[in-house]
Design a protein around this ligand. Sequence first.
Ligand code: NAP
Ligand code: MG
Length: 499
Amino acid sequence: MSAVVSLSDWKSRADNLPFRTQAFIDGQYVDAASGKTFDNLSPIDGRVLARVAECDNEDIDRAVKAARRAFDSGAWSRMAPAGRKRVMLKFSELIRNNLEELALTETLDMGKPIRDALAIDVKNSAACIAWYAEAVDKMYDEVAPTPDSALALITREPLGVVGAVVPWNFPLMMAAWKLGPALATGNSVVLKPAEQSPLTALRVAELAMEAGLPEGVLNVVPGYGETAGQALGRHPDVDAVAFTGSAEVGKLFLKYSGESNMKQVSLECGGKTPNIILADAPDLEVASKAAADAIFFNQGEVCNAGSRLIVDRAVKDQVLEKIVEIGRTRQPGDPLDPDTVMGAMVDEVQMKRVLEYISSGEQGGASLALGGKRAREDSGGYYIEPTVFDNVDNDMKIAREEIFGPVLSVLSVDNIEDALAMGNKSNYGLAAAIWTRDISKAHKAARALRAGTVWVNCFDHGDISVPFGGYKQSGFGRDKSLHAMEKYTQLKTTWVHLG
Ligand code: NAP
Ligand code: MG
């Protein structure tokens, strides 16, 4: 972006922003079959942003049928990989070309700071689509080491119709993590965005068409989880569901699959990431700053948020003081203000849930070191102060459950063994971090930590080239990297008898 757009400019642009509010099925924007809509509120001020089509069984069925027809036609599924690459590169470019509009939509819909929507969400979504586009015409199949009398091919085929169900914390980016590998490998997709944040997914559907994606290959069906999400999970003609969201709903998708057609399910669920700072961390200032970012970025609405800070008692006071100092400077502001670094919670329900966790921490005996209250109430929006609890016990609710808000639990330990045991004592295993200058300790910890990603002397680093996903109840299957393509394809063996 060239010049920084001011708060008042963003506000006036917001007033004139058109939204796509209908479902996108078989290449067309259409109302829900029932004609019903639901109110989509902005977390910034609580006002109604848009009335969005409320899809239900019938709409899901239409979308799945369109996706199946498109798949069977071969227009996309059998297009040469180089052809799919061209379309997806164009799709990525169109997302980039609409950076400001999409970022503004995301901020209004979800409440994250506009600076992050611009610098992170939309750019990474475009980059993700381009990355899979560029990969797909460089992938080879295999020939097995058979005896001379045979030839055996091991080929990868797309699954068919993929249901993608995504959450509201990074609405477009979580959709892109599914769409990139699913589309590149030739599948058709029915995407169900979160009810809180459907607008960017609805808009990019037409950008995909403009890029040349055939009709029916990408369908977007906004609606409620219990109805639209469940209908997709139970649909007999959906081959796979790729889900990102809570562990609770992830388990429902396993049940839907078992009770319907045994569709493949991959789950990217929650986390309670242990961020372990040992006394020999290379730079405690850097570690403390990273620990603050780890919990306050995106209002703490991050699946891998560093919500459990496990710190050596010898340096705890020093680290805590620094985090509190940083937290004070990160008070929530208007998400459309380019200087704001902490925005609004996605909705009133989520804000209340986080405030309940804060009361539970206070009642459970943890000491509140910062924040703890609702902020900016006059705005009509849903803001919470950066919050830090000291003297947390790993058995307390605030240390066990995913809060999904800007609430840090600080736990003190005396040695690395206790730190690792405490880190692993969780139902989740999405990510973990360890800060130490001792390379052997770092590697031993990385091996011992039961998590899909372990960061050493950093937090939340990485890019699209590495897999992301969880151990334990953080789910299974991986997003990002070439490995993500595994969950959208299946292997076929063709054994030819040569005689
Ligand atoms: P959620 O409530 O589990 O919802 C996720 C998606 O599932 C939404 O589209 C939702 O639709 C749908 N859904 C809800 N109830 C359903 C049901 N009964 N049947 C079928 N579908 C249903 O999660 P969220 O609150 O949107 O997002 C926060 C969660 O996502 C956190 O747990 C976070 O850790 C997780 N997350 C994980 C990752 C990762 O990569 N591991 C990344 C980001 C977020 P509605 O919105 O319409 O209810
Ligand atoms: Mg929800």
